[in-house]
Structures are given as C-alpha cells and as structure tokens.
Design a protein around this ligand. Structure first.
Ligand code: NAD
Length: 316
C-alpha cells in the first residue's frame, strides 16, 4: 500500500508514520512537510518495516501530481494549527490551510486517489449541551480564524466531491492528547502538562474551567484513520472523532494525580465563549468503531516524557 502523508512531521503525522506499518504490511509511506515548524526530530529512528521517503516540500508550490500518482490514499495533515495565533496570521492560515486543501484535493481527483481530511471540533459553538454531525448549520460557530478556515475547507470538499469522481472523508478531531516524536505544546492538555512539570502556573481561560470540550487520544486518532483505510470507506461524509468530553477542571484534576502541587492562573483569551457542550460520535458509533483511548494515560505519558527535565520528583 502506498500512503501519502502531508504535514507528516507534525504532532499527529509523526506518530501516524510509525503506527501504520504495525497494521499495514510493508507500506510505502511518502512524507511531505515544508519544515515550517522545524520538527526534524520526527524523522529520527523511523522503523525498518516500512519503505519511507521524505519530501521537504510546500503543498502550495510543489508539483504534487507525480508524488501522488499510484497512491492508495492521501492523509492531508499539513496545516498551520495554532488557533490562538491565527488572529495575528489570518491570511497565512487561510492560504496554507484552505488553498492547500484545495490543491491537495484537486490533485487527488486528478490521479484518482482518495483523501482523508482532518477538520476540528473547534468549528462547533452550539447553545445545545450535546451536538453531533447532524446538527444545524447554526450549531457550527467557529471562534477563531483557524476554525473558520476549517469549516470553509469542509464546505469546499463537500461541493468538490459531489460528482463522485473524488473520494474523501472528513474527520472532526477533538483536541489531541498523547505523545509523539513531533508533539507540540500549544493545545490544552499538553500545555497544562508542560506548565505543571515546569512548576509554573497553568494558564486557564477564565470562562473555560467548567465548560465541557472534546478531547481525542492520539491512539484513537490513528486507529480511526486505519479503520477507514482498511475498509476503503471514503463516503464523502463528516465524522466526529472524540475519545471523551471533559471540563478543564477534570483535565487539571487528572494532572494533579501526578503533580499535586500545581497552581492555576485564570487569563483572558480571544477564543472564549460561555458555551459548554459535548460532541457525540454518532456516525462512528453507527460504523461500530470502538474508542480505546484514555486521557489519564495520555497525561501520564506526557508528564513521564518531561519528568527528567526538572529536579522535582513525581510519582508516575
Ligand atoms: N492536534 C490537535 O489537537 C488537532 C485537533 C483537531 C484537528 N487537528 C488537525 O490535524 C491536522 C494535523 O495537526 P497536527 O496537530 O499534527 O499539526 P502540527 O502543527 O503538529 O503539524 C502540521 C505539520 O504541517 C507542516 N506544514 C505546515 N504548512 C505546510 C505546507 N505549506 N506544506 C507542507 N507542510 C506544511 C508543518 O511543518 C507541521 O509539521 C491539522 O489539519 C489540524 O488542524 C489537530
């Protein structure tokens, strides 16, 4: 099987490229990344049971057709992913994330290769306590330029794929927790683990403490991609992918089981609203997909990676 992964050196991609050979025999794994975030370490010590090739290439300018030809699937992960800073670099986010998605989709269509696209549950902003994929368009209320662009990408793919000449599936991922060689620390769980280990106060958005939000264990994120790859299920639909919904208070309590003396500072953020909601996996449940991830384990693994970096001793 030949699989293309754009943004392969990132938090999700750097783990995907190592997990795929465990379930797909001797895959050809083509990694594309422009090193925007400098995660060279993601290329270190790749396993021997796959045929890897890395292209240091920008999805906006590289000739993608010759790379994509003969592929069984493209996992499109390349993006600018920091929602908070997207207020400052709105144009760049729109260009890389939206224009990049259009370019990748057009090339997939040209070569007849299916595409897995990653969207985000941050496009929700509902007044309802529970929301799923069949919600009304009003329940989609992105709070940042990053999330607005994710919704625009979804809208494009839905119209572009309506003629069946292009096969795709869209996953709305919850905020990722769990470790990888290219992991990043600007999203909630990882940022809190980092701050707790470093002995600095956790910066929590004022309104967010008791709001439920969706999280996704990296293990489940990868398993869902494998599930669709193996079953060749590119049905042009959107699927929520969420291991659990939790409040920030619950996340912090989990971290406290390992680092009891942590402190919390409440701060303002532009991405704040008064809404608390849970995101349901209605469509994945219908497909019989079973989630196996676990937030506590993701937190434990993350703290464990960092614990040698500080003289404080934790019970992990
Ligand atoms: N991590 C999360 O919590 C989360 C949650 C929901 C959805 N997602 C989505 O999953 C996808 C992957 O996220 P991630 O966490 O691995 O992100 P990441 O920021 O860790 O990795 C993105 C990678 O894309 C590369 N990249 C950026 N611009 C590029 C370009 N023009 N050409 C080629 N490569 C480029 C970067 O160098 C980086 O290695 C993104 O679409 C993101 O929006 C992530």
């Amino acid at each position: 099987m030949k699989i293309i992964i754009t943004g392969a050196l990132g938090h999700i991609g750097s783990r995907v490229v190592r997990e795929l050979p465990k379930v797909i025999p001797n895959p050809e794994i083509i990694m594309i990344d422009n090193l925007l975030t400098q995660r060279y370490t993601s290329l270190f010590n790749l396993p021997a049971n796959a045929n890897y090739r890395f292209y240091e290439s920008d999805i906006l300018s590289t000739e993608l057709k010759s790379i994509f030809e003969g592929a069984d699937a493209v996992l499109h992960l390349a993006a600018i992913t920091d929602a908070t800073s997207s207020f400052q670099n709105r144009k760049q986010v729109e260009s890389v994330n939206y224009d990049g998605t259009v370019r990748v989709a057009e090339t997939c269509k040209e070569v007849g290769c299916p595409m897995i696209h990653l969207s985000s549950t941050s496009i929700y902003g509902t007044q309802n306590e529970l929301v799923d994929e069949d919600c009304s368009y009003e329940d989609l209320n992105p709070q940042s330029p990053y999330a607005e662009t994710k919704l625009k990408e979804e809208d494009f793919l839905r119209s572009f794929g309506s003629d069946e000449a292009f096969q795709f599936v869209i996953f709305r991922f919850g905020t990722i927790c769990g470790t990888s060689p290219g992991m990043r620390f600007h999203t909630a769980v990882n940022k809190f683990c980092w701050q707790a280990v470093m002995g600095i106060p956790l910066t929590v958005w004022k309104t967010a403490y008791d709001q439920k939000r969706p999280y996704l264990d990296l293990i489940d994120a990868i398993r869902v991609m494998e599930f669709f790859l193996k079953s060749d299920k590119f049905d042009g639909r959107v699927y929520n992918v969420v291991t659990l919904n939790a409040t920030v208070r619950e996340v912090i309590n989990s971290i406290k089981t390992f680092i009891p003396d942590l402190k919390v500072d409440f701060v303002d953020s532009r991405i704040m609203n008064q809404l608390s909601y849970e995101v349901l996996n209605t469509r994945l449940d219908e497909q019989g997909f079973i989630f196996k991830g676990n937030l506590e384990q993701g937190i434990k693994d993350t703290i464990s990676l960092l614990q040698q970096a500080t003289p404080r001793n934790y019970t992990i």
